[in-house]
Write a protein that binds this ligand. Structure first.
Ligand code: ARG
Length: 465
């Protein structure tokens, strides 16, 4: 430890020796919170203008603060700003440079404010812009998904349960299922934005301030709906970051499930889709390989996003009111979540609409595995059999097909009548793939007519955002 008194600290007054060099590094956040510099400056401008309107700063001082902050902002943008670890974080780096540039007026900016309400304001502003960017990419992905769905309302593929062929569906129906997951994600994102959009500025360190500040004024200037209610809560609340990470974890979980399907579908074994070469990579040893890297990386990145949610929950779980320095640890998980989600959405917004379905392969797969067996059972019910008996009869017919190597529609009418005398010639209408999907003609069903209407409704929802 050095014994020299360090006069460079903005809080150095009561200290008699300089901060230990390791402690300095260990407790500093400027390495990562400088990402919020623009928000910090916008927040300071709103605060300075409010202080001027209540007579704490003079017009002259305000003009000089505005000019100084503009200069700081330029220096940060063009990369000439000298970030210093001695000044701990983005807030004190900017304030110190401002004072260096404009002198006395710079020292007045922090009147009636604390870094505690300042940082809470900065994170909310930062996250609000990030949410808007994410909403844009999410909407782009949904639009691409719906467009591909609308082009594939008659492309038949097997629908699965237990990853075993279950019943035929159309590809567009499957894609619109993805869109429903994403639609709920969008709703959660907007809920998060609405709760986040309140201004903590004015809570100061924890109890408020003795100046006659106007919190409504700074809230409005920063585009917040209103000021937060309680000063203790304002400086210690990070719910909005947790909510955002919860949204992100669920979104990534959805993207990961979509990834898993694309990876399976693109395999030689499934062969349902082709992914454009520009989204794939090769192998350095196996010349035939074309690997679906993009969905694999998205699936892989889901882990870190889920981890960040747990980090933030754990960060907050034992904190007493009000601000604790622990909170500084909120930023890296939050920033990485934003970056990862934006990248994943960007990749998928480009990739998903570029998938090319192999209609013949999908159709063949749907035909295999007796996917219209339920349709035969439903047919027998319409012809008077109780469903459980029909289930039994069709089970026997399937067993016969497995034994003889035939498909259900390949059985002749006499054989079918042998299983159940109620069968007539029209049975073949329901045994075809087209008959099967067309029969599911109700809201939420896979009939092409329904899927077309569903795609229209989904587009309308997007248009009204
Ligand atoms: N860098 C700090 C953070 O990220 C800013 C607030 C610091 N407040 C304090 N009283 N030390 O949380």
């Amino acid at each position: 430890m050095s014994n020299d008194k360090d006069t460079s600290k903005l809080w150095g007054g009561r200290f008699s020796e300089a901060t230990d060099a390791f402690v300095q590094r260990f407790t500093a956040s400027v390495g990562y919170d400088q990402r919020m510099a623009a928000e910090d400056i916008v927040g300071s401008l709103a605060h300075a203008r409010m202080l001027t309107s209540i007579g704490v700063l003079s017009e002259q001082e305000l003009v000089s603060i505005e000019g100084g902050l503009e200069q700081v902002s330029k220096e940060i943008e063009n990369g000439t700003f000298q970030w210093s670890i001695e000044l701990e974080d983005v807030h004190m780096n900017i304030e110190a440079r401002l004072t260096e540039l404009i002198g006395a007026a710079g020292k007045k900016l922090h009147t009636g404010r604390s870094r505690n309400d300042q940082v809470a304001t900065d994170i909310r502003l930062y996250l609000r812009s990030a949410i808007d960017a994410i909403a844009g990419e999410l909407t782009r992905l949904q639009r691409g998904t719906i467009t591909l769905a609308a082009a594939n309302t008659e492309t038949i593929m097997p629908g699965f349960t237990h990853l075993q062929t279950a019943q035929p569906v159309v590809f567009g129906h499957h894609l619109l299922a993805w869109n429903e997951m994403l639609e709920r994600d969008y709703g959660r994102l907007m809920d998060c934005r609405a709760r986040l959009n309140q201004s903590p500025l004015g809570a100061a360190a924890l109890a408020g301030t003795s100046y006659p500040i106007k919190r409504e004024q700074t809230a409005a200037a920063l585009g917040f709906d209103k000021p937060t209610e309680n000063s203790l809560d304002s400086v210690s609340d990070r719910d909005f970051a947790i909510e955002f990470c919860a949204f992100a974890a669920l979104l990534m979980t959805h993207l990961s499930r979509m990834s898993e399907e694309m990876i399976l579908w693109a395999s030689v074994q499934f062969g349902f889709i082709d992914l454009p070469d520009r989204f794939c990579t090769g192998s350095s040893i196996m010349p035939q390989k074309k690997n679906p890297d993009v969905p694999e990386v998205v699936r892989g990145k889901t882990g870190r996003v889920n981890g960040h949610l747990v980090s933030l929950l754990t960060l907050m779980k034992s904190q007493p009111l009000a601000y604790n320095k622990d909170n500084q640890e909120d930023k890296e998980p939050l920033f990485d979540t934003v970056d990862t989600v934006l990248d994943a959405l960007r990749a998928f917004a480009d990739l998903v609409p570029a998938m090319r379905p192999n209609e013949e392969t999908m159709r063949e797969a749907a035909r295999a595995g007796f996917s219209t067996a339920t349709d035969l059972a439903d047919y027998l019910v319409r012809r008077g059999l109780p469903f459980r008996d029909a289930h039994e009869v069709v089970g026997a017919a399937v067993a016969h097909c497995i034994e003889t190597g035939l498909d259900l529609p390949e059985l002749d009418i006499a054989t079918l009548k042998g299983f159940c005398p109620n069968v007539a010639e029209d049975v073949f209408d329901v045994l075809t793939l087209e008959g099967s999907v067309a029969a599911r003609n109700h809201l939420g069903g896979t009939a092409p007519e329904q899927v077309k209407a569903a795609a229209k409704r989904a587009t309308k929802r997007l248009d009204s955002r």
